[in-house]
Every structure is written in structure tokens, then in C-alpha cells.
Write a protein that binds this ligand. Structure first.
Ligand code: SAH
Length: 382
């Protein structure tokens, strides 16, 4: 195993448990291969072991133990059951940088998004195959992180082991059923990270007219309809997602209207038509991929929140989210405050959400927090 030495004074974050070493922190030697390395401080103290990636700005990612042990520990902390949808491994936050593994009723879908995860691929797959009740292991390659790491991003999906996964896998979440398209859906097929937020929205939806913006396969809207919303409208740009949203509504014995539209335009049209709603959900895609896009993203978040705030009936509820890691919770709050001022409304924060507990954030890896949400209740037209 080759030994990588850091520049003087660049060992603090590693000492504090952070798993990334950027190229600028390394004194040498340089390698042209993806390989296992040990990392030492300028003084020669061994700091850890990991995998070197010449193609990445994050030159070394550290592994905090044996990969089998880390995998077993991650899995033991989840409730892995037939019929469930649950994240088994949440990358850096479970000590395995770049590895995501989601369980959909026994079908495991992985994303190997770093050279480290690729390096340990066979041992990871072996570990996953040993989980009780596992039916298949497959992987998604079409993600931005793989592209940045110089890894192939095609095909979109491929089987790795086991029986053939059905085109649509049925899972149940808080008693609500969803069909998951692991081959062509977003991420590994479903936004498991919003489970808690969907439950909260369901609790608030009875007797309300609900507008679910950026609905994807209908998650929030189906919860709301099941909970007794008077009407649910699901808006998304993807016809495929809406088709699945209709199937998901039918599967649960409820009805939803689906609208194929750009949310920005749809909200403006609603405003011009004088429409209003009792509960609006805004769960947009990542507007900021990195810090450099943050200001542009902030304008997008402000626009949709301002428009939605204006469409709320008195006492109405806005459930609003940001999944951009570059956007801090504080900055998101500030955007919401500014949107409310411009909308001439005042709100109370009646709930806050984060990514669900099966997407834990390692305390020494603040980058792990990406999803934040606020449930706002309108309490005064100014
Ligand atoms: N709330 C969903 C996840 C939303 S993902 C859930 O709980 O499952 C974001 C969705 O926004 C995607 O389905 C994408 O197709 C859609 N989208 C992206 N930009 C859009 C736009 N400008 N107008 C409407 N939908 C958009």
C-alpha cells in the first residue's frame, strides 16, 4: 500500500473525522492509479486508510474500518423488511464514501458514486447478497457524481445479481402504497428521504384543497388524498412521473388531478386566474448543484415560494423544501422571510423537516445534510 503525505497543517479535518482529502492538501506522492493508500500527516503520523482517485478533486476518500463491518453496521441500524422502501447505506454518513444502497421490497439498488465505492464493489455486493430476504442487487449509473469522478454513466440501470427486478416494485410507506421504477425513475427510483415530510403533510391535509408542486410520482399528493383532502392537484413536467402518480393514486383507492406543466408558469397562471389553495407543497429538484450556483438558485426558490404564498387561502399551509446541499438551512429561512415580505403575508413556522432517519448525517460530515423543509402556516394578511 502506498503512503500519501499531507502538507504541513492540513491534517485538522482528517483528525476531526472528515473523510475527504482534497488534492491541494497532499504533499505527495502523486499516483495515476485508483488504489488503496494510507494517509500520513507531514510529521509522519498515520491518519487513516482509503482509496486514491487521480481523476477526482477529492483525491483520497477514507474508509473508517473494514468495508464488510461498516456495511453490516449500516444495515443493522435500518428496519429492513419485506415490502419496505428504506435506505440501507448512506455513503459517507455510514462510513462508506460514495456508496448508496436502497432497499425496495428485497430489491437493492446501488449507486457507486466514488472510486472508493467502485474499488470495493465486489465486497459490497457480497455483503448485500447476505441480507435476509434479498431478491436482487442492481445499480444506477446515471448520476452527476459518477460523471464528476470520471466513471461511466451508461447504461442508466443494470442488474448485478439475483432474480430479475419487476418493472415496477410495490412498496408500502406508513401504510401507503407506491410503485417504484428502479430502472428509469429518479435517483434509485423513489425519494425515500421525504418519508417523514410526506407523513406530516398527510396529517395536515384533511378537508383541504391541496396543490402538490414538483409531484414526481405523486408522493405528497397521495398521502394528502388518503388523509381526506377535498381535492389534490399534482403538477410535474414529466409525463412519465405523472402517469405513475395516477397509478399510485389508483393503487390507494384515491383520486388526484395531474397537470403536466412548468411549476413556475402554473403558479403564475393560478395567480392570474385568481385561484387559491389550502395547502401547497413545493418540493423542487436541486436548484443549486454547487455553491457557485447558489445565488441563481436562491432567486428560483424565492420566486416559487413567493408565488405559492400568494395563492394560499387565509390560514393556509405551505410545505416547502430545498434539497440543494449548497443551500444552508439558515439561508433557506432567509429566502422564505424575504418571499413572505414581498407576498405581504405573515407566517408561523409550525414544523421543520430534514431528510428521514435512514439518511443520517455524520456529525463530522456536515456535507451530509442536504434536505431541509419548513411547514408554514399563514396567519395574517398584512
Ligand atoms: N415530491 C416528490 C419528489 C420531487 S422531485 C416525492 O416526494 O416523491 C422533483 C420533480 O420536479 C421531478 O419529478 C421533476 O420532473 C420535476 N420538475 C423539475 N423542474 C420542474 C418544473 N420547472 N416544473 C414542474 N416540474 C418540474
Amino acid at each position: 500500500m502506498i503512503s500519501i503525505t499531507l502538507k504541513p497543517g492540513r491534517d485538522h479535518s482528517v483528525m476531526a473525522g472528515h473523510p475527504w482529502i482534497f488534492s491541494g492538501a497532499i504533499a505527495g506522492p502523486a499516483s495515476s492509479a485508483v488504489e488503496a493508500v494510507e494517509v500520513r500527516s507531514a510529521e509522519g503520523t498515520k491518519l487513516g486508510e482509503g482509496v486514491y482517485s487521480p481523476a477526482s478533486m477529492i483525491r483520497v476518500r477514507l474508509l473508517k474500518g473494514e468495508v464488510e463491518e461498516l456495511l453490516a453496521r449500516a444495515i443493522a441500524s435500518r428496519r429492513v423488511e419485506p415490502g419496505a422502501g428504506v435506505r440501507l447505506v448512506n455513503a459517507e454518513n455510514d462510513g462508506i464514501p460514495g456508496l448508496v444502497a436502497d432497499w425496495y421490497d428485497g430489491h437493492i439498488v446501488c449507486q457507486f458514486t466514488s472510486a472508493l465505492a467502485e474499488f470495493y464493489r465486489d465486497r459490497i455486493v457480497e455483503g448485500l447478497k447476505r441480507i435476509e430476504g434479498v431478491k436482487s442487487v442492481s445499480e444506477r449509473l446515471d448520476n452527476e457524481s459518477r460523471r464528476k469522478e470520471g466513471l461511466v454513466t451508461e447504461p442508466k440501470w443494470r442488474p448485478v445479481w439475483g432474480e430479475e427486478a419487476p418493472d415496477l416494485i410495490e412498496i408500502a410507506e406508513n401504510g401507503i402504497k407506491f410503485l417504484v421504477d428502479v430502472r428509469a425513475g429518479h435517483k434509485t427510483g423513489f425519494y425515500l428521504d421525504q418519508r417523514e415530510a410526506r407523513r406530516l403533510v398527510g396529517e395536515l391535509a384533511a378537508g383541504r384543497e391541496v396543490l402538490n408542486c414538483f409531484s414526481y410520482t405523486g408522493g405528497f399528493g397521495v398521502y394528502a388524498a388518503k388523509a381526506g383532502a377535498t381535492k389534490v392537484t399534482q403538477v410535474d413536467l414529466s409525463e412519465g412521473a405523472l402517469e405513475l402518480a395516477r397509478k399510485n393514486a389508483a393503487l390507494n383507492g384515491v383520486e388526484c388531478e395531474t397537470v403536466n406543466a412548468d411549476v413556475f408558469k402554473y403558479l403564475r397562471n393560478c395567480r392570474d386566474a385568481g385561484r387559491s389553495f389550502d395547502l401547497i407543497v413545493l418540493d423542487p429538484p436541486k436548484f443549486a448543484e454547487s455553491k457557485s450556483q447558489l445565488m441563481k438558485a436562491a432567486r428560483g426558490y424565492k420566486d416559487i415560494n413567493l408565488l405559492a404564498m400568494k395563492l394560499l387561502k387565509p390560514g393556509g399551509i405551505l410545505a416547502t423544501f430545498s434539497c440543494s446541499g449548497a443551500m444552508t438551512p439558515e439561508f433557506f429561512d432567509q429566502i422564505l422571510r424575504e418571499a413572505a415580505i414581498d407576498a405581504k403575508r405573515s407566517f408561523q413556522i409550525v414544523g421543520r423537516t430534514r431528510q428521514a432517519a435512514d439518511h443520517p448525517v455524520a456529525l463530522n460530515f456536515p456535507e451530509g445534510l442536504y434536505l431541509k423543509g419548513a411547514i408554514l402556516r399563514e396567519h395574517q394578511h398584512i
